[in-house]
Design a protein around this ligand. Structure first.
Ligand code: HEM
Length: 282
Protein backbone atom coordinates (compact mmCIF):
# COMPACT_ATOMS: atom_id res chain seq x y z
CA UNK A 1 0.00 0.00 0.00
CA UNK A 2 2.90 2.36 0.72
CA UNK A 3 4.29 1.70 -2.76
CA UNK A 4 0.86 2.38 -4.20
CA UNK A 5 0.63 5.74 -2.40
CA UNK A 6 4.14 6.70 -3.45
CA UNK A 7 3.38 5.79 -7.07
CA UNK A 8 0.30 8.02 -6.97
CA UNK A 9 2.40 10.84 -5.52
CA UNK A 10 5.20 10.41 -8.09
CA UNK A 11 2.74 10.38 -10.99
CA UNK A 12 0.94 13.44 -9.62
CA UNK A 13 4.18 15.41 -9.20
CA UNK A 14 5.31 14.37 -12.69
CA UNK A 15 2.07 15.54 -14.24
CA UNK A 16 2.35 18.91 -12.50
CA UNK A 17 5.87 19.62 -13.73
CA UNK A 18 4.73 19.46 -17.38
CA UNK A 19 3.13 22.82 -16.42
CA UNK A 20 0.26 22.63 -18.88
CA UNK A 21 -3.27 23.84 -18.15
CA UNK A 22 -4.39 20.52 -16.70
CA UNK A 23 -1.15 20.26 -14.66
CA UNK A 24 -1.77 23.66 -13.12
CA UNK A 25 -5.48 23.24 -12.44
CA UNK A 26 -5.11 19.62 -11.35
CA UNK A 27 -2.44 20.76 -8.89
CA UNK A 28 -4.74 23.54 -7.71
CA UNK A 29 -7.67 21.14 -7.10
CA UNK A 30 -5.58 18.45 -5.38
CA UNK A 31 -3.47 20.75 -3.20
CA UNK A 32 -6.62 22.64 -2.15
CA UNK A 33 -7.91 19.39 -0.63
CA UNK A 34 -5.36 19.88 2.17
CA UNK A 35 -7.13 23.17 2.92
CA UNK A 36 -10.16 21.14 4.07
CA UNK A 37 -8.21 19.82 7.07
CA UNK A 38 -9.54 21.62 10.16
CA UNK A 39 -7.31 24.11 12.04
CA UNK A 40 -4.02 23.53 10.19
CA UNK A 41 -5.47 23.41 6.62
CA UNK A 42 -4.64 26.95 5.51
CA UNK A 43 -1.21 26.89 7.07
CA UNK A 44 -0.46 23.55 5.43
CA UNK A 45 -1.57 24.94 2.08
CA UNK A 46 0.81 27.90 2.07
CA UNK A 47 3.58 25.59 3.23
CA UNK A 48 2.82 23.21 0.37
CA UNK A 49 2.59 25.97 -2.23
CA UNK A 50 5.47 28.09 -0.99
CA UNK A 51 3.14 31.05 -1.53
CA UNK A 52 -0.53 31.90 -1.82
CA UNK A 53 -1.41 29.69 -4.79
CA UNK A 54 0.19 27.09 -7.08
CA UNK A 55 3.11 29.06 -8.51
CA UNK A 56 6.78 28.90 -9.41
CA UNK A 57 7.95 27.76 -5.93
CA UNK A 58 5.36 24.93 -6.10
CA UNK A 59 6.68 23.88 -9.50
CA UNK A 60 10.26 23.85 -8.18
CA UNK A 61 9.54 21.76 -5.12
CA UNK A 62 7.27 19.36 -7.01
CA UNK A 63 10.10 18.84 -9.48
CA UNK A 64 12.47 17.91 -6.65
CA UNK A 65 9.86 15.64 -5.11
CA UNK A 66 9.13 14.02 -8.46
CA UNK A 67 12.57 12.50 -8.86
CA UNK A 68 13.07 11.87 -5.14
CA UNK A 69 9.90 9.81 -4.64
CA UNK A 70 10.98 7.08 -7.11
CA UNK A 71 14.12 6.56 -4.97
CA UNK A 72 11.86 6.09 -1.96
CA UNK A 73 9.85 3.57 -4.00
CA UNK A 74 13.10 1.77 -4.81
CA UNK A 75 13.91 1.67 -1.09
CA UNK A 76 10.48 0.28 -0.18
CA UNK A 77 10.75 -2.36 -2.91
CA UNK A 78 14.09 -3.44 -1.42
CA UNK A 79 12.48 -3.65 2.04
CA UNK A 80 9.65 -5.69 0.52
CA UNK A 81 12.01 -8.26 -0.97
CA UNK A 82 13.91 -8.40 2.31
CA UNK A 83 10.66 -8.99 4.24
CA UNK A 84 9.72 -11.70 1.76
CA UNK A 85 12.64 -13.75 3.08
CA UNK A 86 10.86 -14.21 6.40
CA UNK A 87 7.83 -16.30 5.23
CA UNK A 88 9.40 -17.32 1.90
CA UNK A 89 7.52 -17.14 -1.40
CA UNK A 90 3.93 -18.15 -1.82
CA UNK A 91 2.95 -20.91 -4.22
CA UNK A 92 0.78 -20.77 -7.32
CA UNK A 93 -1.71 -23.35 -6.01
CA UNK A 94 -2.70 -20.93 -3.24
CA UNK A 95 -2.35 -23.40 -0.38
CA UNK A 96 -1.14 -22.28 3.06
CA UNK A 97 2.62 -22.38 3.45
CA UNK A 98 3.31 -24.83 6.30
CA UNK A 99 7.04 -25.12 5.81
CA UNK A 100 9.83 -24.73 3.23
CA UNK A 101 8.37 -27.63 1.22
CA UNK A 102 5.38 -25.40 0.27
CA UNK A 103 7.40 -22.39 -0.88
CA UNK A 104 8.54 -21.77 -4.42
CA UNK A 105 12.05 -20.52 -5.19
CA UNK A 106 12.26 -16.87 -6.27
CA UNK A 107 14.63 -17.81 -9.05
CA UNK A 108 13.88 -19.22 -11.60
CA UNK A 109 10.10 -19.43 -10.88
CA UNK A 110 9.18 -15.88 -9.87
CA UNK A 111 11.80 -14.23 -12.06
CA UNK A 112 10.44 -16.13 -15.08
CA UNK A 113 6.82 -15.42 -14.18
CA UNK A 114 7.46 -11.71 -13.62
CA UNK A 115 9.57 -11.34 -16.77
CA UNK A 116 6.71 -12.88 -18.73
CA UNK A 117 4.25 -10.42 -17.14
CA UNK A 118 6.55 -7.48 -17.91
CA UNK A 119 6.87 -8.57 -21.56
CA UNK A 120 3.08 -8.90 -21.95
CA UNK A 121 2.61 -5.50 -20.31
CA UNK A 122 5.26 -3.91 -22.54
CA UNK A 123 3.47 -5.19 -25.66
CA UNK A 124 0.24 -3.57 -24.48
CA UNK A 125 2.12 -0.41 -23.41
CA UNK A 126 3.86 -0.19 -26.80
CA UNK A 127 0.47 0.11 -28.55
CA UNK A 128 -0.07 3.38 -26.69
CA UNK A 129 3.51 4.62 -27.04
CA UNK A 130 3.82 3.99 -30.78
CA UNK A 131 0.28 4.15 -32.17
CA UNK A 132 -1.87 6.26 -29.86
CA UNK A 133 0.39 8.50 -27.72
CA UNK A 134 -2.38 11.01 -27.05
CA UNK A 135 -5.18 8.54 -26.27
CA UNK A 136 -4.86 8.74 -22.48
CA UNK A 137 -3.82 12.41 -22.29
CA UNK A 138 -5.79 15.66 -22.14
CA UNK A 139 -5.59 18.09 -25.08
CA UNK A 140 -5.70 20.95 -22.52
CA UNK A 141 -2.26 19.98 -21.25
CA UNK A 142 -0.76 21.17 -24.55
CA UNK A 143 -1.76 24.71 -23.49
CA UNK A 144 0.74 26.37 -21.17
CA UNK A 145 -0.42 26.87 -17.56
CA UNK A 146 -2.50 30.03 -17.24
CA UNK A 147 -4.00 31.07 -13.92
CA UNK A 148 -6.50 33.39 -15.64
CA UNK A 149 -8.23 30.67 -17.66
CA UNK A 150 -9.87 27.69 -15.91
CA UNK A 151 -10.50 24.67 -18.18
CA UNK A 152 -14.22 23.70 -18.32
CA UNK A 153 -13.59 20.16 -17.05
CA UNK A 154 -10.69 19.48 -14.72
CA UNK A 155 -10.00 15.73 -14.78
CA UNK A 156 -7.01 13.85 -13.42
CA UNK A 157 -5.17 11.15 -15.37
CA UNK A 158 -6.93 7.78 -15.72
CA UNK A 159 -5.07 6.07 -12.85
CA UNK A 160 -6.46 8.55 -10.32
CA UNK A 161 -10.04 8.59 -11.62
CA UNK A 162 -11.70 6.04 -9.25
CA UNK A 163 -10.48 8.01 -6.21
CA UNK A 164 -11.50 11.30 -7.82
CA UNK A 165 -15.01 9.87 -8.32
CA UNK A 166 -15.19 8.93 -4.61
CA UNK A 167 -14.03 12.43 -3.65
CA UNK A 168 -16.70 14.11 -5.77
CA UNK A 169 -19.58 11.84 -4.85
CA UNK A 170 -19.70 13.28 -1.32
CA UNK A 171 -21.21 16.78 -1.19
CA UNK A 172 -19.15 17.98 1.80
CA UNK A 173 -15.52 18.91 1.04
CA UNK A 174 -13.96 17.62 4.28
CA UNK A 175 -16.01 14.40 4.22
CA UNK A 176 -15.14 13.92 0.54
CA UNK A 177 -11.43 14.23 1.30
CA UNK A 178 -11.85 11.88 4.28
CA UNK A 179 -13.70 9.31 2.11
CA UNK A 180 -10.95 9.44 -0.50
CA UNK A 181 -8.32 9.01 2.22
CA UNK A 182 -10.18 6.04 3.73
CA UNK A 183 -10.63 4.52 0.23
CA UNK A 184 -6.83 4.37 -0.07
CA UNK A 185 -5.95 3.53 3.55
CA UNK A 186 -8.54 0.74 3.74
CA UNK A 187 -6.12 -1.40 1.70
CA UNK A 188 -3.84 -1.26 4.74
CA UNK A 189 -6.60 -2.81 6.88
CA UNK A 190 -7.43 -5.73 4.56
CA UNK A 191 -5.50 -8.33 6.63
CA UNK A 192 -7.80 -7.53 9.58
CA UNK A 193 -11.00 -7.00 7.58
CA UNK A 194 -10.70 -10.35 5.80
CA UNK A 195 -11.87 -12.81 8.45
CA UNK A 196 -11.57 -15.92 6.27
CA UNK A 197 -9.29 -18.69 7.50
CA UNK A 198 -8.48 -19.57 3.89
CA UNK A 199 -6.39 -16.90 2.24
CA UNK A 200 -6.41 -17.91 -1.41
CA UNK A 201 -9.48 -17.01 -3.50
CA UNK A 202 -8.88 -20.28 -5.36
CA UNK A 203 -10.67 -22.10 -2.53
CA UNK A 204 -13.31 -19.42 -1.87
CA UNK A 205 -16.09 -19.69 -4.48
CA UNK A 206 -18.19 -16.80 -3.10
CA UNK A 207 -15.30 -14.43 -2.57
CA UNK A 208 -14.20 -15.04 -6.17
CA UNK A 209 -17.52 -13.63 -7.40
CA UNK A 210 -17.35 -10.61 -5.12
CA UNK A 211 -13.81 -9.95 -6.33
CA UNK A 212 -15.05 -9.59 -9.92
CA UNK A 213 -17.98 -7.41 -8.82
CA UNK A 214 -15.49 -5.18 -6.99
CA UNK A 215 -13.34 -4.91 -10.11
CA UNK A 216 -16.37 -3.85 -12.17
CA UNK A 217 -17.23 -1.33 -9.44
CA UNK A 218 -13.71 0.18 -9.62
CA UNK A 219 -14.00 0.44 -13.43
CA UNK A 220 -17.39 2.17 -13.08
CA UNK A 221 -15.83 4.60 -10.57
CA UNK A 222 -13.03 5.30 -13.06
CA UNK A 223 -15.55 6.02 -15.82
CA UNK A 224 -17.63 8.29 -13.57
CA UNK A 225 -14.47 10.14 -12.43
CA UNK A 226 -13.92 11.29 -16.02
CA UNK A 227 -17.51 12.56 -16.42
CA UNK A 228 -18.99 15.78 -15.05
CA UNK A 229 -20.46 15.38 -11.54
CA UNK A 230 -24.13 15.87 -12.47
CA UNK A 231 -27.39 13.96 -13.13
CA UNK A 232 -27.07 10.22 -13.63
CA UNK A 233 -23.28 10.32 -13.32
CA UNK A 234 -23.60 11.66 -9.80
CA UNK A 235 -26.12 8.99 -8.79
CA UNK A 236 -24.15 6.10 -10.30
CA UNK A 237 -20.96 7.54 -8.74
CA UNK A 238 -22.57 7.61 -5.30
CA UNK A 239 -23.87 4.04 -5.60
CA UNK A 240 -20.46 2.82 -6.80
CA UNK A 241 -18.75 4.70 -3.94
CA UNK A 242 -21.13 3.12 -1.43
CA UNK A 243 -20.39 -0.33 -2.87
CA UNK A 244 -16.63 0.31 -2.68
CA UNK A 245 -16.87 0.80 1.09
CA UNK A 246 -19.46 -1.98 1.55
CA UNK A 247 -17.02 -4.38 -0.13
CA UNK A 248 -14.30 -3.68 2.43
CA UNK A 249 -16.28 -3.01 5.59
CA UNK A 250 -19.21 -5.43 5.19
CA UNK A 251 -18.61 -8.07 2.53
CA UNK A 252 -15.00 -8.93 3.46
CA UNK A 253 -15.62 -9.50 7.20
CA UNK A 254 -19.04 -11.17 6.81
CA UNK A 255 -18.07 -13.40 3.90
CA UNK A 256 -15.15 -14.85 5.86
CA UNK A 257 -17.59 -15.98 8.55
CA UNK A 258 -20.43 -17.35 6.39
CA UNK A 259 -18.60 -18.85 3.39
CA UNK A 260 -17.70 -22.55 3.30
CA UNK A 261 -14.36 -22.79 1.54
CA UNK A 262 -13.38 -25.76 -0.62
CA UNK A 263 -11.09 -28.29 1.13
CA UNK A 264 -7.42 -27.26 1.09
CA UNK A 265 -4.83 -29.75 -0.22
CA UNK A 266 -2.19 -30.76 2.33
CA UNK A 267 0.82 -29.56 0.39
CA UNK A 268 1.87 -28.43 -3.08
CA UNK A 269 3.02 -31.93 -3.98
CA UNK A 270 -0.38 -33.38 -3.01
CA UNK A 271 -2.34 -30.84 -5.02
CA UNK A 272 -0.11 -31.35 -8.07
CA UNK A 273 -0.18 -35.15 -7.81
CA UNK A 274 -3.97 -35.18 -7.35
CA UNK A 275 -4.13 -33.10 -10.46
CA UNK A 276 -2.13 -35.50 -12.61
CA UNK A 277 -3.92 -38.55 -11.23
CA UNK A 278 -7.49 -37.38 -11.83
CA UNK A 279 -6.98 -34.76 -14.53
CA UNK A 280 -9.17 -32.43 -12.43
CA UNK A 281 -8.08 -29.36 -10.51
CA UNK A 282 -7.30 -30.20 -6.88
C1 HEM B 1 7.86 6.10 -10.15
C2 HEM B 1 8.49 6.71 -11.08
C3 HEM B 1 7.94 7.83 -11.92
C4 HEM B 1 6.63 8.06 -12.29
C5 HEM B 1 5.37 7.25 -11.96
C6 HEM B 1 6.66 9.26 -13.11
C7 HEM B 1 5.53 9.82 -13.70
C8 HEM B 1 5.54 10.95 -14.50
C9 HEM B 1 4.40 11.51 -15.15
C10 HEM B 1 2.97 10.95 -15.09
C11 HEM B 1 4.81 12.60 -15.85
C12 HEM B 1 3.95 13.49 -16.73
C13 HEM B 1 4.13 13.08 -18.18
C14 HEM B 1 3.25 13.88 -19.12
O1 HEM B 1 2.05 14.05 -18.82
O2 HEM B 1 3.76 14.32 -20.17
C15 HEM B 1 6.21 12.75 -15.62
C16 HEM B 1 7.01 13.76 -16.14
C17 HEM B 1 8.33 13.94 -15.87
N1 HEM B 1 9.16 13.09 -15.13
FE1 HEM B 1 8.57 11.43 -14.18
N2 HEM B 1 7.94 9.72 -13.22
C18 HEM B 1 8.76 8.88 -12.50
C19 HEM B 1 10.14 9.00 -12.32
C20 HEM B 1 10.91 10.07 -12.76
C21 HEM B 1 12.33 10.23 -12.48
C22 HEM B 1 13.18 9.26 -11.62
C23 HEM B 1 12.70 11.38 -13.09
C24 HEM B 1 14.05 12.06 -13.16
C25 HEM B 1 15.16 11.65 -12.60
C26 HEM B 1 11.55 11.94 -13.78
C27 HEM B 1 11.54 13.10 -14.51
C28 HEM B 1 10.43 13.63 -15.13
C29 HEM B 1 10.44 14.87 -15.88
C30 HEM B 1 11.64 15.78 -16.14
C31 HEM B 1 9.12 15.05 -16.35
C32 HEM B 1 8.57 16.22 -17.17
C33 HEM B 1 8.47 15.87 -18.61
C34 HEM B 1 7.76 16.97 -19.36
O3 HEM B 1 7.72 18.10 -18.90
O4 HEM B 1 7.21 16.66 -20.42
N3 HEM B 1 10.47 11.11 -13.55
N4 HEM B 1 6.65 11.73 -14.80
Amino acid sequence: MVIYLLMMAAAFFGYVIVWGQMSFWGATVITNLFGAIPVVGDHLLSLLWGGFSVDNPTLNRFFSLHYLVPFLIFGVVALHIWALHVPGNNNPTGIEVKGPQDTVMFHPYYTAKDTFAVVVFMLFFAIFVFYMPNALGEPDNYIEANRLITPPHIVPEWYLLPFYAILRSIPDKLLGVAAMGVAIFVLFLVPWLDTSKVRSARFRPLYKQFFWIFLVDAIILGYIGAKPAEGMYLLVGRLATAYYFIHFFVILPVLGLVETPKPLPESISKSVLDNTATGKPA
